[in-house]
Structures are given as C-alpha cells and as structure tokens.
Design a protein around this ligand. Structure first.
Ligand code: 5GP
Length: 111
C-alpha cells in the first residue's frame, strides 16, 4: 500500500518542499517539534532504514549530504538533531524511510 510520503513524492498530495532532485525530496514536517523540522527522504521506497540494502547506501550518503546543506541553509549548523525512527517500537508512523532534521531551539538531551 502506498504511503502518504509516496503520494507527496508523486505530487498527488501537497507539501512544503525545501529540497528536491531526482532521488531525494525534503519537506517541512506538518507537525514541527521545533522551529526547524524537515523530513528528508529517498524517492525510492524503503519501509525503514533497516531494509536499505548495501547497494543503496550511496543514497543514504547523499541524504546525509542534503542534511548538511539544509542545516547551513536554515542556519542551524551549530546545533541540530538528525534521526530516523526505525520501526513501530521506535515510534515510526510513516513506513517510507525518512530522516528528521530538527533544530532552531535548545533540544533536550537524549541518551
Ligand atoms: P515518523 O514517526 O514516521 O518518524 O515521522 C513521521 C512524520 O511525518 C511526523 O513527524 C509527522 O508529523 C509527519 N507527517 C505525517 N503526515 C504528514 C504529511 O502529510 N505531510 C508532512 N509534511 N508531514 C507529515
């Protein structure tokens, strides 16, 4: 079944895009937890990070590069969190791989 992010990638649902190329889309989160809350995702469908095969890891590297770029662009390079919720027990809600780029305020310490 197609996820809400697949529909956004296809242009069937609206979103606030902040980056796009042939392989990657980054959009503003609809329910931001901080002043900057961006979702960076591959256009190719993977349900979660754990299911990304070794041959697709260059795509993950590219996503991480996009995160660096966006951190500069949104002026949060001095403090941000970049994370993916992997699986139900981690609180994943949308089963199309995405990374959260969160910043713009002092974030609570985790770990
Ligand atoms: P997850 O819990 O799967 O890691 O995160 C899913 C994220 O997607 C949540 O932060 C949620 O606010 C966001 N989200 C859910 N539906 C939509 C939507 O239709 N548009 C956008 N831009 N974000 C969404």
């Amino acid at each position: 079944m197609s996820t809400i992010f697949a529909k956004i990638i296809e242009g069937k649902l609206p979103s606030q895009k902040v980056f796009e190329n042939e392989r990657i889309l980054a959009i503003k989160d609809i329910h931001p937890v901080a002043p900057i809350h961006i979702l960076i995702m591959p256009k190719k469908e993977f349900p979660d990070f754990q299911s990304v095969p070794a041959e697709d890891m260059p795509l993950i590297t590219e996503i991480l590069q996009v995160a660096q770029q966006l951190a500069e662009e949104f002026d949060i390079a001095d403090g941000y969190r970049l994370l993916t919720n992997n699986g139900y027990n981690a609180g994943q809600m949308v089963f199309h791989l995405h990374f959260h780029l969160i910043g713009g305020r002092r974030l609570a310490h985790i770990g």
